[in-house]
Structures are given as structure tokens and as C-alpha cells.
Design a protein around this ligand. Sequence first.
Ligand SMILES: [Zn+2]
Length: 405
Amino acid sequence: MEYKAYYGLPDKVVFCRECVISNQRPGSTVEFTNKNLKKETIQFNEEGICSACQYNRQKKEIDYQRRQEALFEFLDRYRKSDGTYDVIVPSSGGKDSSFTTHCVKTKYKMNPLAVTWAPHIYTEVGWRNFNNLSRTGGVDSILYTPNGDLHRLLTRLAFENLCHPFQPFIHGQKIIGPSMALKFGVSLVMYGENQAEYGNDIRDNLRNTMDYSFFSVDNPLEMVMGGMAVRDIIEKYGFSLKDFAPYIPPKADDLRSRNIQVHYLGFYERWDPQEMYYYASEHTGFQAAPERSIGTYSKYTEIDDILIPFHFYTTYIKFGIGRATYDAAQEIRNGKIAREEGVALVRKYDGEFPEKYFKQFLEYMNISEERFWEVVDNARSPHLWKKENNRWVLRHAVAEELEVI
Ligand SMILES: [Zn+2]
């Protein structure tokens, strides 16, 4: 019997033969998702290998040394002599952005300004790491915090309408680089890793720049946030367009006329999250969390926001892919763990419920526990979930044994 697949996901669940990711992984981090909308997902080849693993093979052939030399030369165009900033680095104070900022400053001799889109609720270790980047890492930084009333509402709408509480945050993180570049009169933005490494459109890995045309909106009132047009949010909840200033993307024409370029350092430096962690610990005072993150076994990835475990919990609900799957897939590719160990870790931790922060999450968005479960259960795609003895269980699980193709 065929079960309905939401979000336009592939009907048949297939796991990669090399890592542990499934073909349900969304192919884009800009998830303006809706249950009935077609969603691009990670691509698999005829051998059952995901595009991220395929790219990982190609990566071994890349002459990074040459790319780094070319980058150094390219950056000469952006080095200023008047003491102002040369480059904007969108940063969270996490290990990857700490690496990016420090590397751009020390190895590439640029004058960077790190800009951070504030987490919903900082964790203790996240706040410490954010401060350490400047206090001991030696770079200037700015924390950009949107109006809490509106951000909480947008987060709630994104959760209730899309089961995607992180959508407004991701939106902010995406536009803060180009947006701050315009404000500071800087023409270069340097992001760290390109998400295409993990299975977004693989062709993106062949480019060193980001296409920022998607940032542009003709009319901010028509922009959709949390599944609702800004015009309707203003009307229903009593905000004004001014409140949306941090969320309104810079116009593509303005970016183009100022020749603002958006690059990924991951194109030039071989990206390995564990190595980035070691680097950040040594150079920017970055510290891992005291305990493993909920839903996974790792301690140093995305540890700055109390709401992050709920982001991964909702990916588990919508796509059957939780935090341990993302971590294990990446570590298998980077040769840190074997596939069978990855499978065991996924089975142990994926989808673990963030009980510890549940109360805070509900309070933050001002919703009831009943409403939370209503939204979550409504987002479970029938092709992924079934009810057994009154409990929800996934129909498919990653296995050590591989199917014969
Ligand atoms: Zn794979």
C-alpha cells in the first residue's frame, strides 16, 4: 500500500550506502516549506550514493593550496588602506564562523567584521563563545538582535504553519551578511562552509560565490515569513512595516551596483568540522558544551541556542532525519567514524525529545503543550510515520546491512 508523502518528498525511503543520510533530506536550507509544496531533496546516483558523499570523493582531488593562493590574490582587490573593514563575516560565534573570521584575519591578512544574527535564547556556552571570539580571538564583532516580540511571533507562526521554528532565524542569518556589507560600505562577504557540501544542489560546490538575487523582494509587504505575508501579519498582530527592518533583504540591484560579492571560505579551505573545532579551541577560546547535545552524540556543533534541539526535532518529524543523522553522515564522510558506528549512533540518539528545554520553548512562543503536539503530529508524513500501540514510530530505519541493488 502506498502512503501519501508530504512536502513532495520521494515516496520510497532510501538510505545512502556510504553514509546514513536518506533521500528525504531537503536540498535547500531556505525552507519556505509547505506541506503541499514540492521540495527539492538530496540526489542519489545509480549506485545508491548520495550527492554529498559523491562530492566528498571529488573533494579529495581538489588542489586547495592553489585555490588558497588564488584567494589571497583575489582579496587584494578588497584590502583597504584607510583602516575600515575589508570583509563582513556572518558569524554565530560557533566553531565554523570562529574559524572563518580568525582565518580571514590572520592567514589572509584581512580586516573582518563579524556580524551575528542573535540566537532566540543564548545558551551559557554559546554566549561565552560569542564573547570569546572578540575578547580572546581578536576580532571585532556586532550582535544584531531583532525585536523580541516580533521574532517570537514569527518563530511561532513558522512553527504552527510550517513546523519549522527556525525559519525566521535562518532567514536572518542568510541576509545579515549582504545587508551589513551595504550598511558598512564593504564589498565582500565571506561565509564559512557551503551547505551544498551536505547535499544541497551539488553544482553549488563548483562555485565560490553565492547567488544573492533570491534575497531581493519587490515589495516587503508581500514577503512571506512563517508562512504568512508580512501585510497580513501587520494587520492581524498590530506590527508595522518598520518592525520588519531587520528581515527585509537588501535589493539585488543595490548589491550589484555596489559590486558586493558573497563568497564561501569552504571553497578555498578544506572543510572538516572537527578540525574547525580544534582550530577554534586553540585560537578563539571556543569551548565545547559540557554535555552532548540532545538528539545526537556531539558536543561542539550548533550549541549556542536553546531552541536548536527543536529545530532538529522538527526535521526528524518532517523528514525522518534527526540531529544524529546529520552529524554521523558528515563524520563518516570525513573519515572520523565508520558507517556501522554511525548507524548505531543514529539508532541511539536520533529524534531524542528535548524535554529539558520544552517548558522554555513553549513559554518563548506562548503556546500550550497540546498545541505543540497538534502541530507536530500534523506534520508527520504518512509515508514516514505509523502508529504502533498508540506510539508514533518511523516506518524506515537506517540499517547496517545494505540492500542489494
Ligand atoms: Zn552519503
